[in-house]
Design a protein around this ligand. Structure first.
Ligand SMILES: *[C@@H]1O[C@H](CO)[C@@H](O)[C@H](O)[C@H]1NC(C)=O
Ligand SMILES: CC(=O)N[C@H]1CO[C@H](CO)[C@@H](O)[C@@H]1O
Length: 327
């Protein structure tokens, strides 16, 4: 049996609050159930060639029949591409730069995660249904697995892409510390798995290409992690315009400051400090690890780099997308 454990922090949730831990936290006494449940949760299963968490696949029909509304804004990312960062930016804009309002709940609970399913907690779909419009939602799904109603309703999509090399490094460290994702193995093993798309949410290449190809056909604001890093104010302004908001310079400056890596790392509403160690073990690697561009150079060997560049050329052939690998 599992119990719904309220969070120890951020109890004073506002309008959009959900008082369940997103990662599925069983009662501490129930350790047998915990290990069984964790084992189940580390399983990945395929949907149309894309690995997803088994619990999401169990609820796939519910996810696919999700009813989007025309005023939904969907934040879309491949994992480890600045999801929490863009969520905080969007929320700061939505709250007109009001820091207290952004403290109303941990970031995982502010924007329902469409494909999230962790019975007995409410699923992402259920949370979205409870949310008043206009809704801001999020997903890691590639275009071809997105619930069709998002396209049918011509929703707004905010996509953030991060260069594949830094993304791979970040995902590797994330899988080391994330106890509900499979063990990444050695860096060499992970390098192969990532290239082959044998990771949760599938191939980075397919994901990024898929969203890039649709960006002129739908209302997609396509941003790059590296651009936000280089000139946050400029990119935040783009997001603001896309959201149809008008904020003055001083508010924008506040948002730039509050969404810096240094601030977010020390912000308990964004740094995952409320997630138990049995789910995210931050003693292995912090959730907010480095937040830089170019850390791949500290991980890729010369041979791996050459091999990767060659594979990248093949897989991204014909795509006009261009990434910055160094600032
Ligand atoms: C998260 O933020 C809190 C409050 O600033 C801080 O005490 C804690 O060390 C941070 N946690 C991590 C894992 O960085
Ligand atoms: C609505 C729906 O599909 N719910 C299912 C989600 O998955 C669990 C098993 O993990 C089922 O018990 C639910 O019926």
């Amino acid at each position: 049996m599992f119990f719904l454990c309220p969070l120890t922090l951020g109890q004073a949730f506002g309008l959009l609050s959900f008082s369940w831990n997103v990662k599925g936290l069983p009662h501490p006494r129930d350790t047998m159930a915990l290990s069984t449940e964790l084992k189940k949760q580390t399983q990945l299963r395929e949907v149309a060639g894309v690995l997803l968490q088994a619990t999401s696949v169990d609820n796939w029909s519910q996810i696919q029949s999700f009813e989007a509304k025309s005023d939904d804004l969907l934040i879309c990312t491949y994992p480890k591409s600045g999801t929490t960062w863009i969520q905080e930016i969007v929320d700061m804009i939505e709250q007109n730069g009001n820091v207290e309002k952004c403290q109303r709940a941990i970031i995982q609970h502010r924007h329902p995660f469409i494909e999230w399913a962790r019975p007995p907690q409410p699923s992402g779909v259920e949370k979205a249904k409870m949310m008043p419009s206009p809704r801001i939602l999020r997903t890691h799904l590639p275009t071809r697995l997105l619930p069709p109603s998002f396209w049918d309703n011509n929703c707004k999509f905010l996509y953030v892409a991060r260069n594949a090399k830094d993304c791979m490094v970040s995902y590797y460290h994330f899988q080391r510390m994330n106890q509900v994702l499979p063990d990444p193995g050695t860096w060499e093993e992970y390098f192969e798995a990532f290239i082959n798309g044998e990771v949760a949410w599938g191939s980075w290449f397919d994901h990024v290409k898929g969203w890039w190809e649709l960006k002129d056909r739908y209302q997609i604001l396509f941003l790059f992690y590296e651009d936000i890093k280089r000139d946050p104010k400029h990119e935040i302004q783009k997001v603001m315009q896309f959201m149809g908001k008008h904020l003055d310079e001083a508010v924008l400056d506040t948002i730039v400051l509050e969404t810096s890596f240094e601030k977010m790392k020390e912000n308990p509403m964004t740094n995952r400090s409320t997630v138990p160690k049995s789910i995210l073990d931050q003693s292995i690697s912090p959730f907010m690890r480095k937040g830089t561009v170019g850390d791949w150079k500290n991980h890729f060997t010369v041979a791996q780099n050459e091999r990767f560049d060659e594979i990248y050329r093949k897989k991204m052939e014909g795509s006009s997308i261009n990434f910055c690998l160094d600032l």
